[in-house]
Design a protein around this ligand. Structure first.
Ligand code: FE
Length: 262
């Protein structure tokens, strides 16, 4: 599983970080599914992938749009709801609603068909992350996991509230070592963190305006992290919320074939 092997992350470490260049990439809007638009960070022109991650979408669906039956294979996905609801049905017989704060993971493996439709409310907002499967696991049996909001670990770290979507304490299970946090910052609050030397990671801004060592970012922006570096993210001009995503690269080719990753 790998998600338990996170001992090298030094949260709260007060060493000064280096002032390396932090690449900023802005998500772009694109049509998906049936009458839906998503804000996609990657794959795109500016960022093809962030091995082991192959796609990151922010969606905000009205009841008029959604993702009717479609097929996937070759990767795992984590959907994390920020607002509203998301109704999932698949060929494994799952039929369930993921509500705000809840997480769904599916492992497409050798293949599944599912639909992902919005709840009845006006806003159904969340993040969907695709994680590549290592070559030897591309054909695994498909599987599904749902984690209710109250089972997502929450803790206060200084001036931030941290929810662990994937990583230490979270029940969400992936085949690749990943750490995925939802961090809410109070006005002028800050968060100190780092990612291991051999991992890759980024911060994606969900709300507000933040600064990471002088690089400023707003909703829809991401800042790539420097592996091994201790970084500080500060909320500017009010509260802020961000997703902090990191994982150990697989170092294998990522072949996109529509909704498949081969
Ligand atoms: Fe899908």
């Amino acid at each position: 599983m790998g998600v338990g092997s996170l001992g090298s992350i030094q949260e709260g470490d007060h060493m000064a970080g280096s002032q390396g260049a932090h690449a900023i990439v802005r998500a772009y809007e694109t049509d998906e599914g049936d009458g839906a638009r998503v804000t996609r960070l990657f794959p795109g022109r500016e960022m093809r992938d962030l091995d082991p991650f192959v796609l990151l979408d922010e969606f905000n669906l009205s009841p008029m749009g959604g993702f009717p039956n479609h097929a996937h294979r070759g990767f795992e996905a984590v959907t994390y709801m920020l607002e509203g609801e998301f109704h999932h049905r698949d060929t494994m017989g799952n039929d369930s609603v993921v509500s705000a704060g809840g997480v769904q993971r599916f492992t497409a493996g050798r293949g599944l068909v599912h639909s992902e439709m919005p709840g009845r409310g006006p806003r159904n907002r969340g993040l969907q992350l695709w994680v590549n499967l290592p070559r030897h696991l591309k054909r695994v049996e498909p599987s599904y996991q749902q984690v209710e909001p109250e089972s997502v670990p929450v803790r206060r770290v200084g001036t931030s509230i941290v929810r662990t979507i994937v990583g230490e304490g979270s029940p969400v299970r992936l085949r690749t070592p990943v750490r995925y946090l939802d961090i809410s910052l109070e006005p002028v609050g800050m968060y100190l963190g780092s990612i291991p030397q051999d991992w890759r990671g980024l911060v994606y801004v969900l709300e507000g305006h933040v600064s990471l060592h002088g690089t400023e970012a707003w909703h829809g922006d991401s800042i790539e992290l420097v592996p091994g570096e201790t970084f500080t993210i500060m909320a500017l001009n009010g509260p802020a919320r961000l997703a902090l995503l990191s994982g150990r690269p697989l170092g294998e080719p990522i072949i996109h074939n529509g909704t498949f990753v081969d």
